[in-house]
Design a protein around this ligand. Structure first.
Ligand SMILES: Nc1ncnc2c1ncn2[C@@H]1O[C@H](COP(=O)(O)OP(=O)(O)O)[C@@H](O)[C@H]1O
Ligand SMILES: [Mg+2]
Length: 207
C-alpha cells in the first residue's frame, strides 16, 4: 500500500522543528516506517537551488523568480525523495511544502494565490498531502514565547510586518484546503504533541 504524505506548516518559531522531533520520537517508538524530510530535502539539486534563492548577493531577484525556484526545487524533491518513499509504503513527514509558497510568496510577497497555484500545479495535483498540520500561533505570540521581554529590541518593524502577512496568508488557506488542520499551539510543546498525535490517529494516518 502507498504511504501517506503529511506536511507541517506555520510561521517562523511556531514550533515545527520541535513538533517534528517529538513526532519522530513517537513514530520510532511505535515502530512506524517513516521518512522525515524538509524542503529542499536531501536532494543535492534542490539544495543548490535553495542556495541560489538565499544568496544575499542576488538582491535583484524578483519574487516571481524566487517562487519559480522554490517550485522547481519542490518538484525535484517530490520525484527524487518523496515518491520513492511513498511507493515503498512509508509515511512521509515534510517540514514545509506548497502552503509555504502560498503564504510567503503568494501573500507576503504579493504574487497572489493564482500565480502560486499555477506554478505549483504539479505538486498540488500529483502530491496533495493527506494531512497538513498548521501550527497556529501568530508571529508575535511565537516571538514573545521565545524571547519574552526582549521583543522590542529584536524585532525589526518591516520584518515583523512581513511575518504578519505570512500568518494572514496561512489563515486564508484554511477554508480553501480542508486537508489543512489548524492546531492551537499555545500550550506546552508536549500538549501540542499530544494534539498532533491524536489528530494523526483520527485521520487514520497512524493506528
Ligand atoms: N509549545 C511551546 N512552548 C514554548 N516554547 C516552544 C514551544 N514549541 C516550541 N518552542 C520554542 O520556540 C522556539 C521555536 O521553535 P521551532 O521548533 O524551532 O520553530 P520553527 O521550526 O517552526 O521555526 C524554540 O526555541 C522552541 O524551543
Ligand atoms: Mg524549523
Amino acid at each position: 500500500m502507498r504511504g501517506k504524505f503529511i506536511t507541517f506548516e506555520g510561521c517562523e518559531g511556531s514550533g515545527k522543528s520541535t513538533q517534528l522531533r517529538l513526532l519522530g520520537e513517537y513514530l520510532t517508538q511505535r515502530g512506524v516506517d517513516f521518512l522525515m524530510t524538509r524542503e529542499p530535502g536531501g536532494s543535492a539539486i534542490a539544495e543548490d537551488i535553495r542556495k541560489i534563492i538565499l544568496n544575499p548577493a542576488y538582491t535583484e531577484m524578483c519574487p516571481e523568480c524566487e517562487a519559480l525556484l522554490y517550485a522547481s526545487a519542490r518538484i525535484q524533491h517530490l520525484k527524487e525523495i518523496v515518491e520513492p518513499a511513498l511507493a515503498a509504503g512509508r509515511l512521509v513527514v515534510c517540514d514545509r511544502y506548497v502552503d509555504s509558497s502560498f503564504a510567503y510568496q503568494g501573500e507576503a510577497r504579493g504574487l497572489g494565490a493564482d500565480f502560486i497555484a499555477e506554478i505549483n500545479g504539479y505538486a498540488l495535483e500529483k502530491y496533495p498531502p493527506d494531512l497538513t498540520v498548521f501550527l497556529d500561533i501568530s508571529p508575535k505570540a511565537a516571538f514573545e514565547r521565545k524571547h519574552g521581554a526582549d521583543q522590542n529590541d529584536r524585532i525589526e518593524a518591516l520584518g515583523f510586518e512581513f511575518h504578519e502577512k505570512v500568518y494572514k496568508g496561512y489563515k486564508k488557506l484554511l477554508p480553501k484546503f480542508p486537508r489543512i488542520v489548524a492546531v492551537d499551539c499555545g500550550g506546552t510543546k508536549f500538549e501540542t504533541a499530544e494534539i498532533i498525535k491524536n489528530l494523526l490517529i483520527d485521520k487514520a494516518i497512524i493506528k
